[in-house]
Design a protein around this ligand. Structure first.
Ligand SMILES: C[S@@+](CC[C@H](N)C(=O)[O-])C[C@H]1O[C@@H](n2cnc3c(N)ncnc32)[C@H](O)[C@@H]1O
Length: 254
């Protein structure tokens, strides 16, 4: 893995990258989808091992916030880049009666979501950059650890703003930059533990090397807040988890 990866300052800088490599956007799209199709069966187990189960706590906080933001608002909730559907199912349980739809570009990830969620969830095989949903039709969007992987993340944010009802919220959970004192421990974990687990458990070291590289490429929280703002989504709350390893943004459609 290259150690000299530059952190992007804008989401647009991610479009021509696949981890440490410079690629054409179409190759990025194909590589990302193929990667998630491949790792889908081991994805949940890997998440638990890599994060020591912490992603469950972060998702629990996401559910609580989403529930509050949806109060009094009719319409579906989209869990965008919802992957294997763990967050979507938790959201559906917390808000019975709400239509919760997992939208994802990977058929492999959606197949795992279907097995988990059955009739409790809706499923949409779609790319975030062009959602087959009417303008202002959606009561809320959650997006956990997906923005970093999108072919055109800034376009995806504009698309989220298009489908959200005025006043409705995007709840965005994504990796960020840890506090300086914690960064060396995190770097060791990223550099050695995650690729090792990827090789041993997912049998796909390359996929988990990409994961680490894409996190290092992803702009920091201040830049993300600016990107949300220029997509028409005003940040009303930002909450770091685990000393900044992950960041939760709540952004409201004007
Ligand atoms: C790291 S996983 C996150 C899954 C889930 N939200 C979670 O928190 O565990 C990233 C997901 O983004 C999806 N994805 C990548 N690019 C996408 C795009 N352009 N549109 C929709 N989903 C995309 C992948 O297929 C994958 O399921």
């Amino acid at each position: 893995m290259k150690q000299d990866l530059q952190r992007s300052t804008r989401l647009d800088d991610m479009r021509a990258t696949f981890g440490a490599r410079t690629v054409a956007p179409e190759e990025r799209r194909q590589e990302v989808t193929a990667l998630f199709d491949r790792i889908a069966p081991r994805y949940d187990l890997m998440n638990d091992l890599m994060s020591f189960g912490l992603h469950r706590l972060w998702k629990r906080a996401t559910v609580r916030l989403a529930r509050t933001r949806l109060e009094g608002r009719a319409g579906p909730l989209i869990d965008l880049a919802g992957g294997t559907g763990d967050l979507a199912l938790a959201l559906a349980k917390a808000d019975p009666g709400r239509e919760v739809i997992v939208a994802d570009a990977s058929a492999g990830m959606l197949a795992v979501a279907r097995a988990r969620g059955g009739a409790r969830l809706g499923y949409l095989h779609a790319e975030a950059e062009s959602l087959p949903l009417p303008d202002a039709s959606v009561a809320g969007v959650t997006l956990a650890f997906g923005l970093r992987n999108m072919t055109d993340p800034a376009l995806a944010l504009r698309e989220v703003a298009r489908v959200l009802q005025p006043g409705a919220s995007l709840i965005l959970l994504e990796f960020s930059r840890p506090a300086p004192w914690f960064a060396p421990f995190y770097a060791l974990h990223s550099r050695y533990v995650i690729p090792l687990l990827g090789a041993a458990i997912a049998r796909d070291k390359r996929a988990y090397t990409y994961l680490v590289e894409s996190i290092r490429r992803f702009p920091e929280a201040g830049a993300i807040a600016r990107e949300l703002d220029s997509a028409g989504l005003k940040v009303v709350r930002a909450r770091p988890f685990m000393f900044g390893v992950a960041m939760l943004h709540v952004a409201v459609r004007a």
